[in-house]
Design a protein around this ligand. Structure first.
Ligand code: ARG
Ligand code: ZN
Length: 874
């Protein structure tokens, strides 16, 4: 049962207000719902039957305008409640019984570590009560929560608390009212024994907002970073987008069992604990930055998502793409912009490009889906953000701001489409984005074939760019897209040359954003007296693949001279890729280009370079990225070639690495600043490399750091280096010590799991199976599943791609096991297998048969069904 965008119809009925009463008990919850319903004047459905969505509900009663309906007057089909004849306007009261304590899917209302919580996006509200569960039905909610007072002293929902009191028999209630109409996917409820952390924020117009975080008592000391991040986000959104917060209270709750990262419920954001709780002793730099970005992301949704929401789920990128773009701008502003760009592009090119080239490829605005949960993808989020970023590049920051102001003003309180977003940008700027809209409609990563020539007689440098877009499932013969292509040209001394087009007068800029709209473009740059080195697609100005016959000289040159930090990094990556690729399947004693070693030596030892950039430049391209680049990937051979280069570099640069480690040791009080992050990253890279070559001094440094560090970045860095070394005794010992020390902390235990699962030393199948039996492992907790099964299949390529197919079969088993209890997580875990066509025949056949085993499981969920069937067909 596929759902199509083309079949969109406005809702036949609207719900103006929703009155909810939750009676929370240990053996179940009774939900009383009263809806003020009226016919939608914009619908041509007339006096159609009323249809409400439901899922796993026990219906207790239905009443219309206060009169109980008898069984013949409505039909309960399970997934739909149908009332055949209803007046033009009426009140519908429905009582349902649900069992949150048995809800393992973690959709709707469920229990996590003893507390009640909800996740309603995309279609979880229908697991709570019968309702028109679609984002274009927006209602004002009033919610009364009733529960045992001692077990659940804290009772929360959206908006402001307007009433509270005792109910006798140890029970109490709180009533919440949300003045802003919202779709039901933004509804939230929390009940638990939680501690409250308070702060305030004064908005630009002088209103004081109550900021509250609710966490389990043991996490009380892990809230400061999220709270600070929240305040920075609130200020930033005022300054950068003119967006002020609108309610009197803003709440954040941390929940251990959560399918995704976090959720932007109106006024009551709910977070996966691992995306919000942090302390110096327990969270790494990466975690600190991730938390700041996610807190910002969810907060920014208050405008891009809540005040202006999506008309239907095909428009998901309207809120997600835009909000990811906003949070990445924020992270760039509060940290290092170049590093943020590198991180984002790395994810995009490694994972989104793979998705776009695989069987689940879909446009940023899909035309159809079976299960919407499967479309919370890198394409909707990350590519969607790149699409917004390109509009920003094409319009420039001022026009973009005018466009976003118009968008928010024009559509406040509405449920709209990506087309409405683009139209606001067009109307504000006067630019025509009609061809640009293809970015929303066509799937697949565009390829730019670039060639150049230099006419020394006339001093003209000629650049030819040809675009093509590969076919994707269901889409062929695509039209050229509108692509902003940022470019610079470098002279032989590394200087930036003016980009003078024929039409230019004297002054020409040293960087231009060329606009590609046709299949082929030829650009001529005049007045040059030598052939320049082109710096292509600066800042990764469009989510495309660039093919250009770079020589290694050019790569090395750009690596040290390009004024665009992103492209410097990119040149280094390209060089490393080129060297590694040349070794795949080559004889063991084939030589490795000495210029790579020289370039890395320069990076490691020249401390005048931007150390944050250097820390990133030293990271070799991941095996996953190398696989993505390959035509027919031989995963074990890729892994081996990469390891060989790493060891070769480590041996050649051994002394430089020790010096680098020592130079980056001192730093004063721990702080998550770009400078300190770079120092920690550099010393941990040095350690990791030294341990790859069994360096005794490196081993001692790692052990000392493991014992003495005052922060998790260093402790985990040392742990990872030792786990991935040949020092088997050290490995066992540090893993044990680490667990002993941190066993009470779920977030740290998750790290501990994934360090092992991602390691080809500690994460071979028998060890993975042992981790699944470990007492800290929990099949009901998605984080634990991701940190073992997800890390194994996604990061431990050597073990996962064992030639006997055991890794694939293992993954298939776990998917089948999870399919009944948590289909959303099961469907996500399948991802590595869906890439089967990417691999050399021996592997792809085995991956395919693992997929077939999943396909043949009886009672397969719709989530897994869609992914597996599309993968086998595509
Ligand atoms: N809207 C949330 C966010 O991006 C994600 C919710 C995803 N939920 C889901 N069932 N897939 O912030
Ligand atoms: Zn989001």
């Amino acid at each position: 049962q596929t759902i199509y965008l083309s079949e969109y119809r406005v809702p036949a009925y609207l719900v103006d207000t929703v009155d909810l009463r939750f009676e929370l008990f240990e053996d179940g919850t009774r939900v009383h719902s009263t809806l003020a319903v009226r016919r939608n004047p914009e619908s041509d459905a007339g006096a159609a039957p009323l249809e409400l969505d439901g899922d796993s509900l026990v219906l207790e009663s239905v009443a219309l305008d206060g009169k109980a309906l008898s069984e013949g007057e409505y039909e309960d089909r399970g997934d739909k409640l149908i009332v055949e004849s209803v007046p033009e306007q009426f009140e519908l009261s429905v009582v349902t019984w649900i069992e949150p304590q048995n809800n393992t899917r973690l959709e709707g209302l469920y229990k996590s570590s003893g507390m009640f919580c909800t996740q309603c996006e995309a279609e979880g509200f229908r697991c709570i009560t019968f309702f028109p569960d679609r984002p274009d039905v927006m209602s004002r909610f009033r919610t009364r929560v009733e529960a045992d007072k001692s077990a659940y002293p804290v009772l929360l929902s959206n908006g402001n608390d307007v009433e509270r009191g005792d109910l006798g028999e140890g029970r109490h209630f709180v009533t919440w009212e949300d003045p802003f109409p919202k779709p039901c996917y933004l509804f939230a409820l929390v009940a638990g024994d939680l501690v409250e952390k308070r702060d305030t924020f004064t908005t630009c117009s002088g209103r004081d907002i109550d900021l509250r975080m609710y966490v389990e008592p043991r996490n009380a000391e892990k809230c400061d970073h999220a709270m600070d991040s929240l305040k920075r986000s609130m200020r930033w959104d005022e300054e950068t987008y003119g967006r002020e917060y609108d309610l009197e209270i803003f709440m954040i709750v941390a929940v251990d069992d959560f399918n995704m990262g976090a959720m932007e419920n109106k006024g009551l954001n709910i977070f996966n604990s691992s995306c919000v709780l942090a302390s110096q002793e327990t969270a790494t730099d990466v975690a600190f930055q991730r938390i700041e970005a996610i807190v910002a992301h969810e907060y920014f949704h208050n405008w891009s998502g809540n005040r202006v929401t999506c008309r239907d789920w095909f428009q998901l990128s309207l809120k997600e793409g835009f909000t990811v773009f906003r949070d990445s701008q924020f992270s760039a502003d509060v940290g290092s912009p170049t590093v943020k760009r590198i991180e984002d592009v790395n994810v995009l090119r490694t994972a989104q490009f793979a998705e776009d080239g695989g069987p689940m490829a879909h446009p940023v605005r899909p035309a159809s889906y079976m299960e919407i949960s499967n479309f919370y993808t890198l394409t909707i989020y990350e590519k969607g953000a790149e699409v917004v970023r390109m509009i920003h590049t094409l319009l420039g920051p001022d026009m973009f701001r005018k466009g976003s102001d118009l968008y928010f003003q024009r559509h406040d309180g509405q449920a709209v489409t990506t087309d409405d977003f683009v139209r606001a940008m067009e109307d504000a700027s006067g630019r025509d984005l009609s061809q640009f809209r293809l970015w929303y409609e066509q799937a697949g990563t565009p390829v730019l074939d670039v060639s150049d020539e230099f006419d020394s007689g006339q001093g003209i440098y000629r650049l030819t760019i040809r675009q093509s877009i590969p076919d994707t499932p269901g889409q062929t013969g695509k039209k050229p897209q509108h692509i902003p292509f940022a470019l610079g040209l470098l002279g032989s001394r590394g200087e930036s040359l003016p980009l003078r087009l024929e039409s230019d007068s004297q002054d020409a800029p040293t960087e231009r954003v060329l606009e590609l709209t046709g299949e082929t473009h030829v650009f001529e740059f005049h007045g040059l007296n030598e052939c320049p080195v082109p710096s292509l697609l600066r800042q990764f100005s469009a989510p495309v693949r660039v093919r250009y016959p770079w020589t290694r000289e050019q790569m090395l040159f750009l690596m040290s001279h390009d004024p665009d930090g992103f492209n410097r990094w990119d040149a280094g990556q390209r060089l490393a890729v080129d060297v590694i690729q040349s070794l795949i399947g080559a004889p063991k004693d084939s030589s490795i280009d000495a210029r790579l070693v020289a370039a890395y030596r320069h990076l490691i030892s020249d401390s005048s370079l931007d150390q944050a950039l250097v820390a990133n430049m030293l990271q070799l391209p991941s095996a996953a990225y190398l696989i993505e680049l390959a035509e027919s990937a031989d995963a074990p051979a890729i892994h081996e070639a990469r390891e060989r280069v790493l060891k070769h570099l480590a041996i050649a640069l051994r002394d430089d690495l020790v010096a680098c480690y020592r130079r980056n040791l001192e730093e004063g009080d721990y702080a998550v600043t770009p400078e300190q992050i770079a120092r920690r990253s550099l010393r941990n890279t040095a350690l990791a490399w030294l341990l790859q070559i069994n360096d005794e001094e490196g081993r001692e440094l790692a052990q000392r750091q493991f014992r003495n560090s005052d922060n998790m970045t260093d402790r985990l860095g040392a742990l990872r280096a030792l786990v991935n070394s040949d020092y088997e005794e050290d490995r066992e010992r540090v893993l044990e010590e680490f667990y002993e020390r941190f066993q009470e902390d779920p977030q740290v235990v998750e790290q501990w799991f994934s360090v092992q699962a991602a390691s080809d030393r500690a994460g071979q199948l028998p060890q993975i199976r042992a981790l699944l039996e470990h007492r800290a492992f929990d099949w009901k907790n998605p984080n634990k599943i991701r940190s073992v099964v997800g890390a194994f299949a996604g990061q431990n390529l050597a073990a996962f791609h064992r030639p006997d197919g055991s890794g694939y079969n293992f993954l298939a088993d776990q998917v089948c096991r999870l399919d009944d209890s948590n289909p959303q997580i099961a469907a996500r875990l399948v991802t590595p297998l869906t890439r089967w066509k990417k691999f050399a025949p021996a592997h792809s056949e085995l991956m395919k048969s693992a997929l077939e085993r999943i396909r043949d499981k009886s009672g397969l969920s719709r989530d897994v069904y869609e992914v597996v069937h599309k993968s086998l067909a595509g």
